[in-house]
Design a protein around this ligand. Structure first.
Ligand code: GRF
Length: 189
């Protein structure tokens, strides 16, 4: 099984998934990193790991359909089975959705449908909720709206800072995402 990880930022989830493919938690390989930010930290990480990359600047393309068509071409050349979004800060368009129907998943740092969109951790913290968490879901055309696959709660204690909440959420992400990817690929869907 071949995975493509899509990321725009730091890449801690990319790292966790790569580590899981190496220690046998995930029975697959990360065969491609797709990144829309040439200067992102995740690009350096993938260089170190030797993960093949498709790094692009969206401004060099006329529109989303154009760069997604290029991405689909690369994914097909690499014979990718699953697209794993890990901090890819763009909505997926119809070109990718149609070519990889039911094979695109995302991780979001809240218990969806609560706190979709940007800075979900900050949104939860500011709302003063006592429980937030992490959601893995299928990707559709909406913003964090696809069918939920897995969730894990994180308690927000009285004395917790925003930074501590972020750390707690990330720790959960780095376990839950690899475990969920493994379940999906062994189901053979
Ligand atoms: C994660 O919190 C993920 O839930 C969200 O974007 C963040 C990516 O972090 N979609 P990283 O780049 O994997 O460290």
């Amino acid at each position: 099984t071949k995975l493509a990880v899509f990321a725009s930022g730091t890449g801690s989830n990319y790292d966790a998934i790569v580590a899981a493919t190496k220690d046998g938690t995930i029975d697959a390989t990360v065969s491609l990193l797709v990144c829309d930010k040439p200067k992102a930290k995740v690009v350096e990480k993938a260089e170190k790991n030797g993960t093949p990359m498709f790094v692009f600047d969206p401004k060099q393309y006329k529109n989303k359909a154009m760069f997604e068509a290029k991405i689909v071409e690369v994914l097909q050349t690499e014979q990718i089975d699953w697209i794993v979004l890990a901090g890819y800060m763009r909505l997926i368009g119809e070109t990718l959705l149609h070519s990889f129907e039911g094979k695109i998943i995302n991780i979001h740092p809240s218990l969806l449908p609560a706190f979709p969109g940007l800075d979900a951790i900050g949104q939860a913290f500011d709302a003063g909720v006592k429980v937030s968490g992490v959601t893995v879901h299928y990707v559709d055309a909406g913003m964090d709206t696809g069918k939920i696959i897995a969730q894990q709660a994180v308690n927000i204690t009285e004395d917790m800072t925003r930074e501590e909440l972020q750390q707690a959420i990330q720790q959960v992400e780095h376990q839950l995402y690899p475990a969920t990817v493994q379940k999906l690929i062994t189901r053979g869907e």
